[in-house]
Design a protein around this ligand. Structure first.
Ligand code: NAI
Ligand code: MG
Length: 359
């Protein structure tokens, strides 16, 4: 097993260090190599995704990624911004399926912005298509408008598009995931307005014919945004396009209390994957040693399960996380009265101790 470790910027380096400690505590056989990515790589090599980093990621069985970005890079041209590194990795590794579980841990029910009874026991899985849609569709750019409301004015445009095979493969993944869980898929679209998403709806319906044991429901994205805060437990697996998935998965993240708790996996067709916390580089708290490392530690667990065939080791990490939460340890983002506030490093150490204790 070969793991590429790409910490990135901001809190990325702090939280990845903790996840690596936890991986090492499992005493598994794996090789790992670390490389710069994002702003850190830009500073050293003048590019957010240097050839050497990309090659390391390509050669590995899995990539553990921290986060990239900082406001200080906002003035760089788009191709040199740190965020291009993650887009480039997704594209070059063919990572089209993004899994974002939103799980409300029993111990954190009160950290949610919703009433405890709405989120207690919440366990939903958002599957976002990651390499298509308006984020990658061509053509895009700026020009002088020849028609529309203001002919002659400067305008900008992007293109929303999905091909049938792109929709089919993500639909299969969603139905297969639902089979192992609550046996329900909600496909989120905007078929009432967008041709791309009428097509999405038609193709998902067609694929569903092969999964009669799974229930399929279609929902418009605006309604899905409402239902997620009204009755989130009604969802099991949610499958949607790149842009809607981006927004809905952040919304779902908030239901669970903190984005600092949420892992993610991005997979290619051979289950090779990139694993990263759902949050960004959090420049507002970077360097302070207070970031929550659990999203990254849980991402490492997903990596063991999906890409490295080590489900048992993944279970050990997940139960270690539950036990440190039960013991009352909390980083600042999930702290509440009566619990013990700990640093990034203390939280990592506690998970390491729990993993060792359980072995
Ligand atoms: P963000 O997720 O970095 O931060 C949002 C808020 O959540 C901040 O208040 C932050 O302090 C808090 N937060 C995030 N992770 C946390 C953790 N582990 N523990 C405790 N608190 C945490 O999103 P934001 O502020 O929109 O973006 C900051 C930078 O990150 C930008 O440059 C953005 O482009 C980049 N970004 C990178 C991503 C990636 O690397 N995949 C994803 C999202 C944003
Ligand atoms: Mg986002």
């Amino acid at each position: 097993m070969k793991i590429a470790i790409l910490p990135g910027d901001g809190i990325g380096t702090e939280i990845v260090a903790e996840a690596v400690k936890v991986l090492k505590a499992l005493d598994l056989q794996f090789e790992s190599e670390q490389a710069l990515v994002g702003g850190a790589a830009y500073e050293a090599h003048g590019h957010p995704l240097p050839e050497s980093t990309l090659n390391l990621a390509k050669a590995a069985d899995a990539v553990l990624f921290g986060a990239v970005g900082d406001w200080k890079y906002d003035k760089l041209e788009r191709a040199l911004r740190p965020e291009q590194a993650i887009l480039g990795l997704r594209k070059h590794l063919g990572l089209f399926a993004n899994f974002r579980p939103a799980i409300c841990y029993e111990q954190l029910t009160h950290a949610s912005s919703l009433k405890p009874e709405l989120v207690a026991g919440l366990d939903i899985l958002i599957i976002r298509e990651l390499t298509g849609d308006i984020y990658f569709g061509q053509p895009r750019g700026r020009r002088v408008a020849v028609d529309g409301h203001f002919p002659g004015a400067e305008e900008a445009f992007d293109t929303m598009r999905y091909s049938k095979p792109e929709i089919e493969r993500i639909a299969h993944i969603a139905f297969q995931a639902a089979r192992k869980r609550g046996k329900k898929v909600t496909s989120v679209d905007k078929a009432n307005v967008l041709e791309t998403f009428q097509f999405w709806k038609d193709v998902v319906t067609e694929v569903h014919a092969q999964y009669s044991d799974v229930e399929l429901e279609h929902m418009y994205v605006d309604n899905a945004a409402m239902q997620l805060v009204k009755a989130p437990k009604k969802f099991d697996v949610v499958v949607t396009g790149n842009m809607f998935g981006d927004i809905l998965s952040d919304e779902a993240a908030m239901l669970t209390g903190s984005i600092g708790m949420l892992p993610s996996a991005s997979l290619d067709r051979n289950n090779k994957g990139l694993y990263e916390p759902s949050h960004g580089s959090a420049p507002d708290i970077a360097g302070k040693g207070i970031a929550n490392p659990l999203a990254t530690i849980l991402s490492a667990a997903m990596m063991l399960r999906f890409s490295l065939d080590q489900a048992e080791a993944a279970d050990r990490i997940e139960s270690a996380v539950r036990s440190v939460l039960s013991a009352g340890l909390r980083t600042a983002d999930i702290w509440s009265e009566g619990t013990q506030k700990v640093s990034t490093r203390d939280m990592g150490d506690a998970v390491v101790a729990a993993v060792r204790g359980a072995s």
